[in-house]
Ligand binder design. Structure first.
Ligand code: PEP
Length: 251
C-alpha cells in the first residue's frame, strides 16, 4: 500500500522569532512540488504564530512539540489544543523521548495527550523508542509494544486516520548513530504488525510510521527506500535549511 510520506522537522528549543521566520521561509522555498509527500515543521510554542504566517500560502503542516489534553484551566505551563489551533497548528508531537526522559512523562500521561489531541482533531504524532540499555538487553520490542499499547489506549479505530507513530531509538537521537535501514525496517514492520493485532490490517496498512534518529542528507534516501518507513522525524538537521531541504527532497 502506498502511503504519503511525512517529513517532519522538530526544532526543539531553538529559534527566536526572527530566526524562525527566516528558517521557515528558507525551508518553504525548498519544498518539493511532488504530491507523494508532506512536510511538517514543529517550532517552539513562542514562534508558532510567526511560522504560521510564513507558511500560510504553502502546504507545510504546522505542528506543536507537545499538547495538553484539556481545553483550558489550571494547568500552569501547559498549552491546550484549542490555543494551538488558534495559532494555526494542526498536528502535535507527543511523547518525544526528551519529554519521557528529561521531564519523566510516562505512557499514561502521554496517552492523555494523545486522546486530547485527537479529540480536538489534531493529528497526533506518538513518539516511541527504546534506550541503548534496553536495546542491549534485547528489550526493544517489549518496550515499544508497551509504549504503543498504552499510548493508544482508548483511541478508536476511526481516530487512527489522525495518528502517526514515530519510531525514534533513543540511542540514535542527536548522537550521530543511526539505525541501519534494515534495523529500522524490521522494527517498523513489527510496529505495523502490532497495530494490525490491536486494530485491523486496513488500519495498519494506512498508518504512517516515521523513523527518527540522526536522519541526515547522507542517509535519508536509503531509509526512505524501505517499504515500512513512511517518513522521518528530524531534529538537528531540521535547523539547517540546506540539510532539511535535501531531506525533504529525498529520492
Ligand atoms: C528528534 O529530535 O526527534 C531527533 C530525531 O533528533 P536528531 O535528528 O537530531 O537525532
Amino acid at each position: 500500500m502506498k502511503r504519503k510520506s511525512l517529513m517532519a522537522g522538530n526544532w526543539k528549543m531553538h529559534t527566536t522569532a526572527i530566526e524562525a521566520r527566516s528558517l521557515a521561509a528558507d525551508i518553504a522555498r525548498k519544498c518539493p512540488e511532488t504530491t507523494d509527500r508532506e512536510v511538517l515543521l514543529a517550532p517552539p510554542f513562542t514562534v508558532l504564530r510567526e511560522v504560521a504566517e510564513v507558511l500560510s500560502r504553502t502546504d507545510v503542516i504546522l505542528a506543536s512539540q507537545n499538547v495538553c489534553w484539556e481545553e483550558k484551566g489550571a494547568f500552569t505551563g501547559e498549552i491546550s489544543p484549542v490555543m494551538l489551533k488558534d495559532c494555526g497548528v494542526s498536528s502535535a508531537i507527543i511523547g518525544h523521548s526528551e519529554r519521557r526522559q528529561i521531564f519523566h512523562e510516562d505512557n499514561a500521561l502521554i496517552n492523555k495527550r494523545v486522546l486530547g489531541a485527537l479529540s480536538f482533531d489534531l493529528m497526533a504524532i506518538l513518539c516511541i523508542g527504546e534506550t541503548e540499555e534496553e536495546q542491549e538487553n534485547g528489550k526493544t520490542f517489549a518496550v515499544l509494544e508497551a509504549q504503543v499499547r498504552q499510548g493508544l489506549q482508548g483511541v478508536e479505530p476511526q481516530q487512527m486516520e489522525k495518528m502517526v507513530i514515530a519510531y525514534e531509538p533513543v540511542w540514535a537521537i542527536g548522537t550521530g548513530k543511526t539505525a541501519t535501514k534494515e534495523q529500522a525496517q524490521e522494527v517498523h514492520l513489527s510496529i505495523r504488525r502490532l497495530i494490525e493485532k490491536i486494530y485491523e490490517k486496513n488500519i495498519a496498512d494506512r498508518l504512517r510510521i516515521l523513523y527518527g534518529g540522526s536522519v541526515k542528507p547522507a542517509n535519508v534516501d536509503e531509509l526512505m527506500s524501505q517499504p515500512d518507513i513512511d517518513g522521518a522525524l528530524v531534529g538537528g538537521a531540521a535547523l539547517d535549511a540546506e540539510s532539511f531541504g535535501r531531506i525533504i527532497n529525498f529520492i
